[in-house]
Design a protein around this ligand. Structure first.
Ligand SMILES: Cc1cc2nc3c(=O)[nH]c(=O)nc-3n(C[C@H](O)[C@H](O)[C@H](O)COP(=O)(O)OP(=O)(O)OC[C@H]3O[C@@H](n4cnc5c(N)ncnc54)[C@H](O)[C@@H]3O)c2cc1C
Length: 409
């Protein structure tokens, strides 16, 4: 990844009469500093450059190394809290034109997403959701009985119905954030990998972000997009939130001939049953869901619990009995951050003008990523956004009614 340096030096005459150069702590300046190079930060950098804003993106490791690169790859709108649908729609529009927009293919396949249930009890809920989603521009088809069997013959006998979203699909998480980063760099963003931000402070008109190696970055606007690590930075501005980390568990099987184009996910009140899976054109089946494992942001580690994997394999053959024989190749997890109401934080700080947040995507931020980047760039550039995000403001955690409810829990 290219990084542009702008080291300042001061020339002085030393005691020996020679010209010496004191290299002061390196200083870098831009319109916007982004902390965190996951899909949110990388996409925001790209869209800010599209708006002509100069950008510095600071990533502690490599772009897309954390949740954005370890996730399942679901590009799914249905099943979300309806408050997220306008943002998810905006994001889907970007997913669909990504190769033209960023010049790289991130393997987005709009091959449909099917949300299924055991028995028929949840079908009423699916229908109600579909009615309300349609008003927001998300069209869903409900399947049950003969139609379900004809259209999805591989589903097990316990599956009683489902809600199908034809335009949703999946993409390759290993590719998406780095591709946005490369496109942003080609457009002139300054991207610094292996650069950990120690602190962000207000300094006159600017924010000053200091890296652990002493480099200093300045800009009048900052976007904190630091995933599970964001709370340390927001806390330093008096906006501490209850951000907790978990590790959703994933697995991938050996490849078999490609035939399952639709992404399948179970909706159930019992977490153990909430498996989801997809087949990639190479043939492997990737799956996730069920109980999450432990995640430790400070150690940068999320662990897989074998008993969760065993449950996933059991659930997989319940949904699609034909997958029973497959060998498991690999399991993994990643560090994702969650908030008490399962909604992300997006928008401006309530404390410091110029400070912006986009973090805490509660297990569902990959689909939203391109839209979040676009919306945050619009917000930083113009001061407002046409996509409603007020419900995601950090302000909600400081309202008295919310705090009172949280204390009662
Ligand atoms: C296993 C798993 C499966 C998932 N499956 C899906 C799915 O199928 N579909 C879906 O929509 N969502 C899914 N998600 C959720 C989705 O991956 C996340 O919501 C999304 O990637 C969050 O992106 P982010 O950029 O906010 O965070 P991250 O990708 O975590 O990026 C934050 C970045 O900030 C950097 N950083 C932190 N602190 C600092 C600092 N002080 N200085 C510099 N850099 C810093 C980190 O190194 C990191 O790279 C899943 C998540 C996981 C973990």
């Amino acid at each position: 990844m290219s990084s542009v340096s702008a080291m300042n030096g001061n020339a002085i005459i030393n005691d020996a009469g020679r010209v010496a150069t004191i290299v002061s702590a390196a200083q870098y300046q831009a319109d916007v500093i982004i902390v965190g190079g996951g899909i949110m930060g990388s996409a925001a950098a790209f869209f800010l450059r599209q708006r002509g804003r100069s950008v510095i993106l600071l990533e502690r490791g490599l772009l897309g190394q954390q949740a954005s690169g370890t996730n399942f790859g679901n590009v799914r709108r249905q099943g979300r809290n309806l408050l997220q649908i306008p943002l998810a729609n905006r994001s889907l529009d970007i997913w669909r034109k990504l190769p033209q927009l960023i010049g790289e293919d991130v393997e987005f396949l709009p091959s449909g997403h099917m949300r299924v249930c055991y028995g028929t009890e949840r079908l009423g809920m699916f229908e109600d959701y579909a009615l309300r989603a349609r008003e927001l521009g998300l069209d869903l088809e409900i399947f049950s009985g003969k139609q379900l069997r004809e259209r999805f013959p591989f589903l097990g006998p316990q599956i009683g119905g489902g809600s199908y979203s034809p335009l949703d699909g999946h993409a390759n998480p290993r590719l998406a954030a780095p591709a946005f980063g490369r496109a942003a760099a080609r457009a002139g963003a300054q991207i610094f990998e292996n650069t950990e931000v120690d602190e962000v402070e207000k300094d006159g008109e600017d924010f000053r972000a200091t890296a652990t190696d002493g480099r200093v970055f300045r800009a009048p606007a900052v976007l904190i997009a630091a995933g599970a690590w964001a709370n340390r930075l927001s806390s330093s501005f008096g906006e501490s939130v209850n951000l907790v980390a978990h590790g959703p568990q994933m697995g991938v099987t050996e490849p078999v001939p490609y035939g399952l184009k639709t992404v399948i996910g179970v909706s159930a009140s019992n977490d153990l049953e909430t498996l989801y899976f997809r087949q990639i054109p190479r043939g492997n089946i990737i799956f996730g869901g069920g109980n999450r494992g432990p995640a430790y942001p400070d150690l940068k580690r999320a662990y897989v619990r074998p008993e969760n994997t065993l449950n996933q394999l059991y659930q997989l053959q319940r949904i699609a009995p034909a997958l029973r024989q497959l060998n498991l190749l690999r399991v993994w997890s990643g560090i994702e951050s969650y908030l008490p109401d399962d909604l992300p934080i997006m928008g401006t700080s309530t404390k410091e003008p110029g400070l912006h947040y986009a973090f805490g995507f509660c297990g569902a931020g990959f689909q939203l990523g391109p839209g979040v980047g676009d919306v945050m760039a619009e917000l930083i550039d113009t001061g407002s956004t046409v996509t409603p995000i007020e419900a995601f403001s950090i302000r909600r955690f400081f309202r008295e009614d919310f705090v009172a409810r949280a204390l009662q829990r």
